[in-house]
Every structure is written in structure tokens, then in C-alpha cells.
Design a protein around this ligand. Structure first.
Ligand code: DGJ
Length: 328
């Protein structure tokens, strides 16, 4: 009798916690974390370590110390429900950059050999003239990252950065070099420096994101219009070193990418299907804490890529399948 009672209690508890789980991703809307607060991980990047996804991004909550810059960390098992793990960077100006210094687009790579989490970010002064990357390191995904150094990758200007980890685990930095274009560079073995350039795509694009899908590389970037949305574009190549095709629109150009700017593409390889998710920021420059996210599965394959019109959708993390949903 006692056992039966316990079993009923347990299943009631399971049902309750399932009900509290978010099932739907709603592009452009407030995205509450497990504490009910809008996720603060703008210009972010995601890594998967074992079965956990970690999302790092710019923490732009109102009321933080304006002399410091913050990077948040969230974790999830399903890419839909996110738990805030803390601000893993809470840093004062590390490089005498002056008032209103910039730390943007943090990207974390986990190094299997050194067991370190290595964060790259765009480091700059208020006029965006310094154009460097900074590196900070932690032993834990949600530990405090310690600032190590800053530099210009391969001596090139670097503003927006993106990350790409290929199917064989090789890690790359994508960076925008204003005079020349979009560069893809391989990280050194310990990820603490850049080993070599793979390619310069002579196109003036930022918000760089790459996915390797069914034998082809697809690179997405946005135009250079500050915080204002513009038509993001994509190109393809059979090798990261190119040659790359011409860039084409990922969405009807009049929608300006439905108000979003690319930051990353996440590839979910499930038991039945592989889904490439476009991860973009809908910036609100006058109210950055309220900037939103546009995540949508891409229609991708055979050299074509399309960002569908954003609508609520649901991802099955196990099968890799997704579907539109009317409401939750
Ligand atoms: C667009 C970039 O993509 C953002 O990261 C940020 O640097 C803004 N420009 C600043 O205007």
C-alpha cells in the first residue's frame, strides 16, 4: 500500500515537472530561463559537452556595474529549457580601453586535451578602433573565466567573431576583418592562439556563422549596418579553404532577416534527422536587455539554404526532428 502511494506520488511529481518544462521555442518573444527571467545571452555561442549544452553570451541586464562587462552561462539538455549558471565573466577594462569599452560576442570552446574552457571575445574601445580578440580561461563550464590576453588574430583587425567546430572536432574562429573581409582561422591545439588562416572570403560581412551539412560548408553573415538588421546572406564551399560561392539571401531581403542578425548555427544530429538551427539576435539598441532571439531550423541542403518565416516550433532533441506548433 505504502509503495503504491509512493508510486502515485512520484508519477504526479513527474507530470508536474514535465508541465513546467517549456516545450516550444518562440522566435522574437521573451525567452524565460528556469527562474522565469528573460535569457541574457546576446551575440552568443553554444557548445555541447557530454549531454549538456552551454549557452554563453553578453549579459545585458539593467543595473549592472557599468564599468564592468559580463558574460552569462546557461545550461540545457534540450536547447529549449535553460538554467542560468551565473555570470562567468565579470570583468573590468583589462586593456586600458577607456570608458564604454566593448566586450561582445563571447564564444567558448572546450579543449578535450587540456580540459580547459577557452573563451574568445571581441575586445574594443568605444569607437571600435582597437579591433582585437580577448581570451579568458576556466577549468569548469560555469566557473569564473580568468582573463589571459588580447591580440589581433594573425595581426588582422577583428571585430565580430563567430565559432565553428567541425565534425572531426577541429575548432575555428570566424572573424570580420574590416579592410579585407570574412576570415576563417584554425585554432592552435590548446586553443590559446590562432594556428593558421583557412580562408579569406573577400566579402564585408559580420555575425559570422558556419555549419557543415551533408558534405558542404555553409557560411552565413550579415551586412555592416551596426545594430540595425539587414539581409543576411550565405555562401557554400566543399572545403573551408574555399573556393566559396557567391553570397545569396537567406530570407526575402525586404524582411531584413526578420529583424535578426546571425550569431551561430547549431547542428543537432538526432537518431532520425539532422537539424541546423539558425541562431540570431534581434537587437534592441536602446534597450539591449530586452533584445530577443530568433532561432529557427534552416531549410538546408544541396547548396541551398533558407531561413523560414519565424513561427513557434518544437525540437525533439533525441530524434533531431522539429515541427511547427500553434501555441503551448
Ligand atoms: C553589429 C555587430 O554585429 C554587433 O556585434 C555590434 O558590434 C554592433 N554592430 C555595434 O554597432
Amino acid at each position: 500500500m505504502k509503495n503504491q502511494f509512493l508510486a502515485v506520488l512520484l508519477s504526479a511529481f513527474c507530470l508536474l515537472s514535465q508541465a513546467q518544462q517549456r516545450q516550444v521555442i518562440k522566435p522574437g518573444e521573451v525567452w524565460p530561463d528556469a527562474d522565469g527571467k528573460h535569457i541574457q545571452a546576446h551575440g552568443g555561442g553554444i557548445i555541447k559537452v557530454k549531454n549538456t549544452y552551454y549557452w554563453y553570451g553578453e549579459e545585458r541586464t539593467r543595473g549592472l556595474d557599468t564599468n564592468k562587462r559580463y558574460v552569462s552561462c546557461y545550461s540545457s539538455k534540450d536547447l529549449t529549457n535553460w538554467k542560468f549558471r551565473g555570470d562567468v565573466v565579470q570583468m573590468e577594462d583589462p586593456d586600458n580601453l577607456g570608458p564604454k569599452w566593448i566586450l561582445e560576442r563571447p564564444k567558448v570552446f572546450y579543449n578535450e586535451k587540456t580540459k580547459k574552457y577557452v573563451m574568445y571575445f571581441h575586445l574594443d574601445n568605444r569607437t571600435y578602433k582597437v579591433a582585437k580578440v580577448g581570451i579568458a580561461v576556466s577549468d569548469k563550464a560555469d566557473g569564473q573565466f580568468k582573463y589571459v590576453k588580447s591580440f589581433r588574430p594573425l595581426d588582422h583587425e577583428s571585430r565580430d567573431i563567430g565559432q565553428f567546430i567541425d565534425d572531426d572536432g577541429t575548432a575555428y574562429l570566424v572573424f570580420e576583418d574590416r579592410p579585407f573581409g570574412f576570415r576563417i582561422a584554425k585554432l592552435a591545439d590548446d586553443y590559446m592562439s590562432i594556428e593558421k588562416e583557412m580562408c579569406l572570403i573577400p566579402a564585408h560581412m559580420e555575425g559570422g556563422a558556419i555549419v557543415h551539412y551533408k558534405g558542404l560548408y555553409y557560411a552565413i553573415g550579415s551586412g555592416l549596418t551596426g545594430w540595425r538588421a539587414n539581409p543576411n546572406k550565405f555562401a557554400t564551399a566543399t572545403s573551408l579553404s574555399g573556393p566559396w560561392s557567391a553570397f545569396r539571401d537567406i530570407a526575402p531581403p525586404e524582411t531584413n532577416t526578420y529583424g535578426a542578425q546571425s550569431t551561430m548555427i547549431i547542428k543537432v544530429v538526432g537518431k532520425k534527422s539532422t537539424t541546423a538551427i539558425f541562431m540570431g539576435d534581434i537587437w534592441r539598441p536602446a534597450a539591449q536587455w530586452d533584445s530577443r532571439y530568433l532561432w529557427m531550423p534552416l531549410e538546408i541542403g544541396d547548396g541551398n539554404l533558407k531561413l523560414p518565416e519565424p513561427k513557434p516550433w518544437q525540437l525533439n532533441i533525441k530524434t533531431g526532428e522539429w515541427n511547427y506548433i500553434s501555441a503551448d
